[in-house]
Design a protein around this ligand. Structure first.
Ligand code: AMP
Ligand code: MG
Length: 410
């Protein structure tokens, strides 16, 4: 049996970076930078006002109140036609460039308009409410390192530069479910022995969240020819193929037989629970991850192997979910020979994150998975977890708080 860590190393070592391409910021969410980003110009690009108010000389407003002559009005996007001179003010809007000679903005709340001037009511220190060119970033400053995964604010920064980032392209991932008993989730009435496909909707949602493109190969029954063709099609069209089911110990398991025939695929037993049986290898150069059939195992194996592998292919620097520390509120007996992923619900009490089992822990129990927001990762050698024991958790959903009525009734 191979350890979880060894299996993760083996998978990561066998997948490679996708090509680099330039994409508009509109299409770059979730992708990783192929190289560092350096500021191409100062940010802000010009010294401007942080407030709606009056651009003045600091020396004129060291004491208030004082009356200044009004020279002109500068809305955002416009430039003052004249330089400021002592004893005068220029009306200015937030974001408008500071007029030449001005070094201070008095906010409009501290002023009173006069027929052809303005009364400054409050003493205002020199430099107030001025955003200096390059005050955020100077041209040439490093902004993001290579491998940074682009989130909403990253995209906003790149937009401010007018930069279309160079990123590793978005992976295409083919997925299929296997098994004669598995029918589409839309199936209204199930016959004897039949179940609905939970694994493709589960995988599709997790892949969507990662921001990869999905090639849906559907459900393949236990039919050698169809399976062979479908796997070949997936390998040709996609950068990774994900299957579920048919990789456990069944001696005559079709998926195993076809995978062996088509590519260099190994069948592993990983010292983890759930998701012990796992297949990994390549078909025509495309990595294939053969996930177990049980849905909870599918999610655990996806999280531990497919997600980090895809993030590596995408050129991301960080590949794994961060471990946070929590305390168990319960007693658990876990298999000391395996890394055990306990499905838990988290709750913060007096500033401490407490975790409780979210329900049945068998690998087919989806309801407990849906009620969980984290996996508690219990390392090999543990055996027992007692109330108050520290446990590492991997959050896969961030808890939300405060209902509309809680807010509205406050
Ligand atoms: P297998 O490894 O193919 O024997 O599958 C293990 C268990 O997972 C069996 O109970 C299967 O019926 C179930 N299973 C396999 N594929 C799916 C699927 N796509 N959706 C729901 N359950 C599945
Ligand atoms: Mg099966």
């Amino acid at each position: 049996m191979r350890s979880l860590e060894q299996a993760q190393r083996d998978v990561l070592a066998a997948v490679s970076l996708l090509q680099v391409t330039e994409v508009p910021v509109w299409e770059a969410l979730g992708l990783a930078l192929a190289g560092p980003v350096v500021a191409p110009h100062d940010v802000p690009p010009f010294t401007n006002s942080a407030m709606d108010g009056y651009a003045v000389l600091g020396a004129d407003v060291e004491e208030g109140p004082v009356t200044l002559k009004l020279l002109e009005d500068v809305p955002a996007g416009h430039v003052a036609q004249q330089a400021l001179r002592p004893g005068a003010a220029i009306k200015i809007m937030t974001g408008a460039p500071m007029p030449e000679g001005a070094d201070t903005v008095v906010k409009v709340e501290d002023t009173e308009p006069l027929p052809d001037g303005v009364r400054i009511m409050a003493a205002t220190p020199t430099g107030t409410a001025v955003r200096l060119a390059g005050g955020d970033l100077e041209a040439g400053d490093p902004v993001f390192p290579a491998g940074e995964r682009l989130t909403a604010p990253h995209l906003a920064v790149l937009a401010s530069f007018g930069v279309s980032p160079r990123v590793h392209r978005r992976p295409r991932v083919a997925m299929l479910s296997t098994g004669d008993e598995v029918l589409p989730p839309e199936t209204a009435n199930l016959g004897p022995g039949q179940i609905r496909d939970t694994n493709r909707p589960l995988l599709a949602a997790m892949l969507d969240e990662l921001g990869v493109e999905i090639v849906d190969l559907g459900i393949v029954g236990d039919d050698a020819d169809v399976l062979r063709n479908t796997l070949e099609q997936g390998a040709a069209e996609a950068d990774m193929v994900l299957t579920s089911g048919g990789v456990s110990m069944g001696e005559y398991d079709l998926v195993k037989i076809i995978l062996r025939e088509l590519g260099t695929v190994e069948f592993w037993k990983v010292a983890m629970q759930p998701a012990k049986p796992f297949a990994f290898g390549h078909i025509e150069g495309t990595p294939l991850l053969g996930l177990p059939g049980n849905p909870v195992s599918v999610m655990v194996a996806f999280e531990q192997f497919a997600r980090p592998a895809l993030l590596k292919m995408m050129g991301c620097r960080a590949l794994f979910r961060a471990h946070a520390m929590a305390r168990s509120a319960e007693t658990w007996r876990t298999n000391p020979a395996k890394t055990v992923f306990v499905r838990v619900a988290t709750e913060v009490e007096d500033g401490v994150t407490l975790v409780r089992s979210s329900g049945g822990q068998s690998s087919n129990v989806l309801s407990a998975l849906a009620r969980a927001d984290a996996f508690a990762v219990i390392p090999v050698g543990t055996g027992w977890v007692h109330p108050g024991d520290a446990v590492a958790i991997e959050l896969f959903r961030s808890p939300e708080a405060r209902t509309a009525s809680e807010v509205l009734d406050e």
